[in-house]
Write a new protein. Structure first.
Length: 671
């Protein structure tokens, strides 16, 4: 029995179901053990007086009438009884679940999870809960064909078969003692089956520390090995040519853009190795600066590469670079490309006839060999891990590195998160931009919104409509988007050309839709959040976000940044009936400001106020349980400890650190 055992070897789990787990990146028993819930439903009971119509909740009460089952039609039935909660009498109905009758006895206290109907003062039961105590129910991300129940069952099987005992402690004992962290096995167990809130919180604290600690170890050992080779090649660019390009731009750079460009060029020209973060709100004009840096690199006789997280973005940047530099050879490299095109691109990259390369992860794959790679730029770099960044650097002759991000990160956090990186900030939007007008409307007002959209389409406006985000499953996301798309098609009929885009589409299909939208062959684009990052359609001036309260502030801000890119007055319409105070607050803040830094700060404050079970919002690198912003104190502690350990010359020899040394070696072997 090993933790690396394939899932398919588990009892009751054949290759067919194992395949479904693979879709969630769960292959081994260990993967499954470390696949944590993303949220816990708090089954704390509620007072019916506080419930909103249609809300799902647990209601605790005493049974005051016997339960009766009424049969009607074929196999249909209704189980009914009354419970009393304080002074309120509640009618409870279960449809087609007669088996709950056994659990209902007169005078007994019961906990029922159901949907509240305030008009009828009745509860439509979903289930009778076994426990009356507060109950945390884990909720996992799923994929098609895999239910919460079967996932939980698989985890139970793994634990019952004794695999948990194989999980070795991977933190030195003295750290566990110093920070009073629970051991690894208990932590993993409590993530899946928390006995109570306190146990869960302890587990979480330990796992967050572990995650940050290993992240910091990796980052800092990487930094140490980089420092040995900080001497970069001076990129002697042609100032004259660059100045010509600058004056050929259809606009003048903002002061903040000029400052950032100078900082970047100075780094590049120096013999020092550039490692810089370019931070600026959506639409602040980072891409232009990056393009100019790429051009400078070309004039010095070096290739440059731009890596982005999605194929749509790669294509967009590719087109805009070609447009900006028609005299240069720019190629696109993505894994979705046709083999022949890819081969041609690879040949050109290797023999140096290609000047600039734009692509996705394909850029760091084995087969790519660069000619003289002088500059590497990553867009929305928080989507790339430390390892990937290193791989990229190792491709060239220690190229200069520029990372761009639209996520406003406080400077202190950036330093801890990214190590010793220089930061340039574009804190100014190009002149003449009209601020986006944001309005929050309730679902009841949707029809008015649609009528208004109809008028705007007639005036040749283009519109994004973002379908609600369902964290549990991509399949549900899709279903929602499709339903919305159909409704809208029905509403607009021939008055507007409506199209749909979602994450399940092939990248070429997405590209086609996006290009058609850019070319104004589509008026209304219904989409899931796949358009979130970077997509640029200047004529699109309206964005409607359905169930906007499901999104975090940073994500709403990123989404909203897709409009307001042209000269037209732009609008963002948030459609939401938030159930929580924080949801309402988020809607209000979005209407008040369009400043990314103000929003980031508000986000920080709101989440600091103990929203333990909320959804996670856009972070920097992807962590399983930890959150760079929310858990900053833990991150800072982990950073200190990691640097103390690495500062000891012979740390790898110490028995305390055996696991750590092994881990770092393993990571390097994987590269
Ligand atoms: P970001 O990458 O920061 O989101 P972009 O570089 O895509 O922003 O710029 C957004 C839009 O603004 C683009 O259409 C770009 O051509 C334009 N733009 C960039 N800089 C300026 C400027 N200084 N003045 C006017 N328009 C600009
Ligand atoms: Mg951009």
């Amino acid at each position: 029995m090993r933790l690396q055992d394939d899932l398919a070897c588990l009892k009751g789990l054949g290759p067919k179901s194992a395949e479904k787990f693979h879709k969630l990146e769960i292959r081994t028993v260990e993967d499954l053990l470390c696949y944590y819930p993303f949220r816990y439903d708090d089954f704390k009971s509620r007072q019916v007086a506080d419930l909103m119509d249609g809300e799902k909740a647990v209601v605790l009460g005493t049974v005051v009438t016997p339960a009766t089952v009424q049969y009607y039609g074929f196999k249909r039935n209704r189980l009914s009884f009354k419970i009393k909660q304080a002074e309120a009498v509640v009618n409870v109905h279960f449809f087609n679940q007669p088996y709950w009758q056994d659990k209902i006895a007169l005078g007994q206290e019961v906990a029922i999870f159901g949907k509240w109907d305030s008009k009828k003062a009745s509860l439509t039961g979903i289930k009778v809960l076994a426990q009356l105590a507060d109950d945390l129910q884990p909720v996992y991300h799923l994929t098609k064909g895999l239910s919460q129940a079967s996932l939980v069952k698989a985890i139970k099987t793994v634990i019952d078969s004794g695999y948990l005992q194989l999980l070795e402690e991977n933190l030195p004992r003295y750290l566990l003692e110093k920070y009073r962290l629970v051991d690894r096995q208990s932590a993993v167990l409590a993530m899946h089956f928390p006995t109570d809130l306190a146990a869960y919180q302890q587990a979480l604290r330990r796992l967050k520390f572990e995650e940050f600690f290993y992240f910091q170890l990796q980052l800092q050992s990487l930094k140490a090995s980089n420092q040995k080779e900080t001497a970069g090649t001076p990129i002697v660019y042609d100032e004259q040519k660059l100045a010509e390009r600058l004056s050929a731009l259809p606009f003048a750079l903002t002061q903040a853009q000029r400052r950032s460009l100078t900082e970047i060029l100075t780094d590049m020209a120096s013999g020092r190795h550039m490692n810089r973060l370019l931070q600026g709100d959506v639409g602040s004009g980072k891409t232009v600066i990056a393009s100019l840096a790429m051009y400078a690199s070309h004039t010095a006789g070096y290739q440059s590469a731009l890596m982005v997280p999605t194929e749509i973005l790669a294509d967009q940047h590719y087109r805009s670079l070609k447009e900006l530099f028609p005299d240069l050879t720019v190629v696109l490299l993505t894994s979705g490309m046709k083999t022949a095109d890819k081969r041609a691109a690879l040949t050109g990259i290797a023999d140096g006839s290609v000047n600039m390369i734009v692509g996705t992860h394909a850029l760091i794959q084995e087969a790519v060999s660069y000619h003289r790679l002088g500059l590497v730029i990553t867009d929305e770099q928080h989507r790339f891990g430390v390892k990937q960044r290193r791989l990229f650097r190792e491709k060239g002759e220690n190229p200069d590195v520029l990372m761009m991000t639209a996520t406003p990160i406080p400077r202190t956090l950036a330093i801890t998160a990214f190590g010793e990186m220089d930061v340039s900030i574009i804190d100014q939007l190009p002149a003449g931009r009209k601020p986006i007008i944001t309005r929050w409307v309730k679902h009841e007002q949707l029809e008015k919104v649609l009528d208004w959209l109809n008028q705007e389409v007639a005036k040749s406006a283009q519109i994004y409509i973002i379908s609600p985000l369902i964290e549990e499953s991509e399949a549900l996301d899709l279903k929602n988007a499709e339903a919305l798309y159909q409704d809208l098609q029905e509403f607009f009929g021939t008055r507007a050309r409506v199209a749909l885009m979602h994450g399940r589409m092939k990248s070429e299909e997405k590209d086609q839709v996006m290009q058609a939208f850019k070319a104004h062959e589509i008026d209304i684009l219904v989409s899931t959040t796949v358009i979130e990052v970077g997509v640029n359609v200047p004529n699109a001036s309206i964005m409607v976000i359905m169930d906007a309260d499901r999104f975090g502030l940073s994500q709403l801000h990123q989404l909203r940044g897709r409009v307001g890119r042209g000269s037209k007055q732009s609008y963002a319409i948030l459609v939401a009936n938030p159930k929580t105070d924080s949801g309402k607050e988020r809607m209000r803040i979005m209407c008040e400001t369009t400043d990314g830094f103000v929003l980031a700060e508000a986000d920080l404050k709101m989440r600091g106020s103990g929203e333990i079970f909320g959804t996670r919002q856009s972070g920097i690198p992807e962590f399983k349980v930890a959150d760079m912003v929310e858990d900053y104190p833990i991150l800072e502690e982990a950073r200190k400890v990691a640097s103390q350990i690495l500062a000891q010359a012979d740390w790898q020899a110490s028995p305390d650190y055996q696991m750590l040394g092994q881990y770092l070696k393993q990571e390097q072997a994987f590269d």
